[in-house]
Design a protein. Structure first.
Length: 485
């Protein structure tokens, strides 16, 4: 890229590239949201490398489905016969025959089929997936369709660059995009060039399947990651980025330890007493520690319909493992400065969420991804344009209470299961005559339209708006270590 100028990030222009009838990039029916499955086969065509899965849900018993993967008639330029032969073998092995919808435990009277999670097609070929219902029509006695189909294709997001996430920093790229080989993370290499508009916005795929191509996948294997991210290997961050197992639901959220006995998360996670917080080992191979939740306090003014005030604090039954004494430096700070973060600076999100949108199973592995802070007025204009979401209206959101982050062409974002996890930057502190870099939590993962879609940023609760409430709940202001500018 040489001496290219640093990027100016125009998310509204990226959003404009979506078709007029699909401003949020939702794609064809069944590709991002369930679609009725009573009117014959459903087919979706795309060009891989990509993730793929198929699932169906019904309140009618005795149904099954076939989901056939086949090569499309038209293939990308340069595709060889050898490529097609190899891809045909992979597609045949992934196709589903007579997948039976079986009862689920909760709720009663619901039947479900899901293909194995984290299926990837890494061959560079065009593919047609066709789902066909077997065993009945799926129609109820009143003629209503009682079965839905979800069959998402997702681009295999490139591993996003590591950025300068320091408070007041430029957001420039500080390390090469890292891939995974044999489950191990490659060492970072320093790059001289800043991230440019060309890096993130030139590689345009189909409108409903766009993603950056910083690196390409090397082999057909599953990926487990926050969208576009890498494993969380920083020993300091591993001390305080946590996974929360919600009691009685089987669900999970992410969170941040902010004192020896308190975890910050999202109110919409609805964490209850008896839930379990899992702490990582500070090494990649050590065993973690589980601690029970003895109290959960959501913000009293949380509004589900707009996600305002989407913050909560959990109290732990025991001290967080390895947490420093009160007179020692905290491993993480909580931002109290309204001017932080600066627009267009970079920040890092961490969590344990799904690998890509609409994958219902999270990786269970802590990962992180860097993205750019979007000006609040731009973020509000984007969501005002998208309008009403399913069960949620972002048009009532208050920009002063949220932080938005993303990249114009998508591919780098938090996703389902990352809810409650941190968005953070770094600062330098001095203690005992030594200077060190410490993470500063600036946001809590809250909501968004999909995950990592082009022109559509993720939204985080702005922590500087809640520091007084946090202090009142935690009642440990000294150990909480509120950050300063």
């Amino acid at each position: 890229m040489g001496a290219s100028a640093p990027a100016t990030f125009h998310l509204l222009e990226a959003l404009d590239r979506q078709s007029a009838d699909d401003p949020a990039g939702a794609g064809p029916p069944g590709s991002r949201h369930p679609t009725p499955f009573c009117n014959g086969p459903v087919s979706i065509t795309t060009t891989c490398p990509c993730y793929w899965k198929v699932e169906a849900t019904s309140s009618v018993s005795g149904l099954s489905l076939d989901a056939a993967l086949a090569l499309a008639e038209s293939q990308p330029p340069g595709t060889t016969e050898a490529d097609l032969e190899a891809a045909a073998v992979i597609l045949a092995s992934l196709s589903v025959s007579a997948g039976e919808l079986t009862p689920v435990q909760v709720p009663e009277g619901v039947f479900h089929f899901g293909s194995r999670p984290e299926t990837t097609i890494l061959e560079s070929v065009s593919v047609v997936a066709t789902a066909t219902l077997r065993g009945g029509t799926g129609l109820g006695d009143n003629g209503a369709c009682l079965i839905s189909l979800l069959m998402p294709f997702r681009p295999i997001e490139a591993t996003c660059p590591t950025l300068d996430i320091s408070i007041g920093g430029s957001g420039s790229r500080g390390a090469a995009a890292r891939g995974l080989a044999d489950g191990k993370e490659e060492p970072a290499a320093v790059l001289a060039a800043d991230l440019t508009e060309g890096d993130v916005d030139d590689h345009r795929g189909p409108k409903w399947m766009r993603g950056d191509k910083f690196v390409s996948a090397l082999s057909s294997r599953p990926f487990e990651r926050i969208v576009g991210g890498t494993p969380l290997t920083d020993p300091a961050a591993r001390r305080w980025v946590v996974m929360i197992h919600i009691d009685g639901t089987g669900g999970t959220c992410s969170g941040s330890a902010i004192t020896r006995r308190h975890v910050l998360t999202a109110a919409h996670c609805e964490i209850t007493v008896g839930s379990v917080v899992s702490f990582l080992s500070t090494s990649a191979t050590g065993a973690g520690t589980n601690v029970s939740v003895v109290a959960a306090t959501g913000h009293p003014d949380y509004v589900p319909n707009t996600a305002e005030n989407d913050v909560a604090v959990l109290r732990l039954a025991e001290d967080a493992p390895g947490w420093p004494a009160a007179d020692e430096p905290s491993p993480v700070l909580v931002n109290a400065v309204a001017a932080v973060p600066a627009d267009n600076s970079a920040a890092r999100a961490s969590g344990y969420g799904v690998i890509t949108e609409d994958y219902s199973i999270g990786s269970g592995v802590a990962r992180s991804v860097d993205a750019f802070v979007v000006p609040p007025d731009v973020c509000k204009e984007i969501y005002d344009r998208i309008g009403q979401l399913e069960g949620f209206d972002p048009r009532g959101s208050v920009p002063a209470l949220m932080i938005c982050a993303g990249v114009p062409s998508g591919g780098c974002d938090s996703c389902q299961g990352d809810s409650g996890g941190p968005l953070y930057q770094t600062t330098t502190v001095e203690a005992g005559g030594a200077t060190s870099t410490v993470s500063v939590i600036i946001g809590v993962t809250s909501w968004g339209e999909g995950c990592a879609r082009p022109g559509v940023p993720g939204v985080y609760a702005r922590i500087s708006a809640y520091t007084e409430w946090l202090i009142s709940v935690v009642d440990e202001p000294m150990s909480m270590r509120v950050a300063v500018a």
